[in-house]
Design a protein around this ligand. Structure first.
Ligand code: GLN
Length: 392
């Protein structure tokens, strides 16, 4: 009889929640406020550029580090927005989305037993990849209700074995955008303990009134120790294109490429020039998207409040989180699994983004709702919630 085989490095890693919850939405016909993908595509000129590339020979392997036009456009983007100067040939590598950039960064840089500090809650792929590389993960919790960085907790998490700091801002799932004091504290700890910092900045352009994103690489002493990851998925509403990049010092970028070449080798040949076009010729799109998202955030947040779900208003990204502790459920996962039947809506239990996803940890009662959907979809979702009996 065939045995079920699974390597030790993967044991205990739960399947990604996004597949489970999107399948649940499809199966039940529920409004999908779970997985974070927009329901409208990005700029038509960018699609036209991809079609042009498809029809004009960009159908074989792209160079391993990415097509030069895209690497140059990424370097210009970092210069234009943040004043960061990058050599497109040595300090930029194109990846299959930011998820591959993160995977390749961890595979390329982290040795078994290295301690890696990550802001908790963390995006689920970080925990999976850290386990696969044999790292020791130390979470520093952005604690509810305000989800701010506790500098004391950060300092206490550092040990002689700490080598990396993993930072995500604007933050998924809490919507926190780190403020100058928090960034300065992270930078101070990194410099003091000689840590390499890996930042996931995929929501870099999606910040709301009163909040702006500052890359950690722009702080004094940080450019030489920071690997910055981002992608076109969120900024240009092409999440399915999976075109991302890593930028930073040549040695860190080389480590990403060293691992990446054995993962996908290269991908998205016709999409890479189209993303270069987006970065160079559609600079207004992300700003307009952020403006639209802010109104959708407000629609979702007021709807959740009206449905009896106290909400933490996010400062950036695609998601709002609510606390369900008053509703009597054991944990957010039980709530989310019952929600399609109760209310015809799908959401994500934030506990899966915590080191202790068991339902008793600090995120057990938090539920994440996506607002990167059309106003009609959001309005339908919250009106269903308002009509439903959400109590256990
Ligand atoms: N980043 C998206 C989210 O947080 C999901 C992407 C995925 O499904 N891997 O919802």
């Amino acid at each position: 009889m065939r045995q079920t085989h699974l390597a030790t490095r993967l044991q205990g890693i739960a399947p990604t929640i996004f597949s489970e919850m999107s399948a649940l939405a499809t199966r039940t016909g529920a409004v999908n406020l779970g997985q974070g993908f927009p329901d409208a595509d990005g700029p038509p000129s960018v699609i036209a550029a991809a079609v042009h590339a498809l029809q004009h020979g960009a159908n074989q392997y792209a160079p391993g580090p990415g097509v030069p036009a895209l690497r140059q456009a990424v370097a210009r983007h970092q210069q234009r927005h943040y004043g960061l100067e990058l050599d497109p040939d040595r300090e930029v590598v194109v990846t299959t989305g930011c998820t591959e950039a993160m995977a390749a960064a961890l595979l390329g840089l982290v040795d078994p037993g290295d301690e890696v500090i990550a802001l908790e809650p963390y995006y689920d792929s970080y925990a999976a990849m850290l386990q696969m590389v044999g790292a020791v993960r130390r979470g520093v919790t952005l604690r509810a209700p305000h989800h701010r960085l506790d500098v004391g907790e950060l300092r206490a998490a550092v040990s002689p074995r700490t080598r990396f700091l993993l930072v995500n801002s604007p933050h998924n799932p809490t919507g926190t955008v780190l403020v100058p004091d928090e960034l300065a504290a992270l930078a101070a700890v990194a410099v003091e303990h000689d840590l390499v910092v890996i930042t996931d900045e995929v929501y870099e352009h999606l910040t709301f009134t009163g909040h702006t994103h500052t890359p950690l690489a722009t702080l004094p002493g940080m450019a030489e120790r920071t690997l910055t990851l981002s992608s076109a998925g969120k900024s240009y509403s092409f999440t399915g294109w999976k075109v991302g990049w890593a930028t930073g010092p040549a040695d860190l970028v080389a480590a990403v490429l060293a691992a990446k070449q054995w993962l996908t080798f290269t991908s998205g040949s016709p999409l890479q020039p189209a993303v270069a076009h987006a970065l160079d010729h559609e600079p207004e799109f992300p700003r307009q998207l952020a403006h639209d998202l802010e109104r959708r955030r407000d629609l979702l947040c007021s709807g959740l409040e009206a449905a009896g779900l106290p909400v933490r208003v996010p400062e950036g990204a695609y998601f709002a989180t609510t606390d369900i502790s008053h509703l009597g459920w054991a944990d957010g996962a039980a709530f989310c699994r019952a929600l399609p039947e109760r209310a015809g809506v799908v959401a994500i239990p934030a506990q899966v983004f915590y080191g202790d996803p068991s339902g008793t940890g600090p995120g057990a009662q938090l539920v994440r709702w996506a607002f990167c959907k059309s106003p009609e979809v959001i309005a339908e979702g919250v009106s269903r919630l308002a009509c439903a009996d959400l109590a256990r």
